[in-house]
Design a protein around this ligand. Structure first.
Ligand code: GLU
Ligand code: ZN
Length: 300
C-alpha cells in the first residue's frame, strides 16, 4: 500500500498560518516516505463555500511549493456516495430521523434534574429525544423533509461495531494509532471502551439539514476511498477521531494512522480561525515573506 497523506481544507475563507503548517507537515511527511500527498476540497457546506476561496487555496498551496495529483476530489460532487453510506447504516438500523432544533435540545438538557449538560466532540450531547419515536414510513434519502437530520444511534452503533470487531480480532471499539499527540499529550495506541464511547459522544448528526451529509461521514468515506494511510491534521480534531474510527468499522473501511499536530496560535495563545485575516497566507506573501519564511514562522 502506498503511503498517502492529505490536506482537506474547506473553501470558506483564506488559508492562514495554521493551514500552512498542516499542509506543509502532511506534504513533508509523505515526501519523507516517498509517498503521495493529495488535496481534497471539503465543500459540503454550500452556504459557506465560495469558488474564489477554492481558487485561493490552489494559489496559496502552489506558492508554498506543494504539488498534488489532479483532478482534485471535491466533496460537493460526491453526495451520492455519502447517501450510499447513509443507506448502509440505515439498513443496519443505526440511524434515526430527528427534528429537534437547537432550542429543543437546550431545553431538554437544561431540565433541572439533568445537571450540567455533557459536552462531546460536536458540542452538547444530544439527549435522545427523537430516538424512540420510530420511523416506519421514513425514507432516509434526499427526498426526506428538509427540517430533518439523521442521527447515529451511538449505543446501537457501538454494539454493532463490537460484534463486527469480535468476529475479526476481539479489540476495543475505537482503537487507533496516534503518531502525533492529542491535546493532552495522548500518543501511541488509543483505545476506547464501548461504555466510554456511549457516554462521551452521544447520537451525533451524520446527515445535516440541506447538506445530505456531515463532516464526520464525508471525511471517513473519502479518506477510505482515497486510500489515505496517514491522516495529518490539527489536535482540535483528536476527539472526533473516535467517531471516525467507529464509522470506519461500521462501513468496513480501514483505519488510517493519525498524526495530530499542535495548533498555531496567535500572540494571546488563541488558535487561529478563518476570520484571522491578518495571518492569511496571502497577506504574508504580499508583504514579501517567502515560502521559506512561512516555514520558519510555523516552526518547520
Ligand atoms: N475540512 C476540515 C477543516 O477544514 C479538516 C478535516 C480533516 O482534516 O479531517 O477543518
Ligand atoms: Zn430530535
Amino acid at each position: 500500500m502506498i503511503f498517502r497523506t492529505r490536506f482537506a481544507p474547506s473553501p470558506t475563507g483564506p488559508l492562514h498560518l495554521g493551514h500552512a503548517y498542516s499542509a506543509l507537515l502532511a506534504y513533508d511527511t509523505a515526501l519523507s516516505k516517498r509517498g503521495e500527498f493529495v488535496l481534497r476540497i471539503e465543500d459540503i457546506d454550500q452556504s459557506r463555500a465560495r469558488p474564489h476561496w477554492e481558487q485561493q487555496i490552489y494559489n496559496d498551496l502552489h506558492w508554498l511549493g506543494l504539488r498534488w495529483p489532479t483532478p482534485v476530489m471535491r466533496q460537493s460532487e460526491r453526495l451520492d456516495l455519502y447517501q450510499g453510506a447513509l443507506d448502509r447504516l440505515w439498513a443496519k438500523g443505526l440511524l434515526y430521523p430527528c427534528t429537534c432544533n437547537r432550542k429543543d435540545i437546550s431545553a431538554a438538557v437544561n431540565a433541572p434534574q439533568e445537571g450540567a449538560p455533557l459536552i462531546g466532540p460536536d458540542g452538547i450531547i444530544y439527549p435522545g429525544t427523537c430516538r424512540s419515536k420510530g420511523a416506519a414510513n421514513f425514507s432516509p434519502d434526499q427526498r426526506r423533509p428538509t427540517d430533518t437530520v439523521l442521527r447515529l444511534d451511538i449505543a446501537k452503533a457501538v454494539r454493532e461495531a463490537r460484534k463486527l470487531l469480535l468476529s475479526i480480532q476481539g479489540g476495543e471499539i475505537a482503537r487507533f494509532e496516534e503518531r502525533g499527540q492529542g491535546p493532552r499529550g495522548e500518543t501511541g495506541i488509543i483505545e476506547f471502551s464501548a461504555q466510554e464511547m456511549e457516554n462521551t459522544i452521544g447520537d451525533v448528526v451524520l446527515s445535516r439539514r440541506d447538506m445530505g451529509t456531515s463532516y464526520h461521514l464525508s471525511v471517513v468515506v473519502d479518506d477510505g476511498e482515497q486510500g489515505i494511510t496517514h491522516v495529518v491534521r490539527g489536535q482540535d480534531l483528536f476527539e472526533a477521531t473516535r467517531i471516525h474510527v467507529l464509522l470506519q468499522v461500521l462501513l468496513d473501511l480501514p483505519t488510517p494512522i493519525y498524526i495530530h499536530h499542535k495548533l498555531i496560535r496567535d500572540e494571546n495563545g488563541k488558535r487561529l480561525a478563518k476570520r484571522d485575516d491578518a495571518r492569511a497566507i496571502e497577506k504574508y506573501r504580499n508583504d514579501g515573506v517567502t515560502p521559506a519564511g512561512i516555514r520558519k514562522l510555523v516552526g518547520l
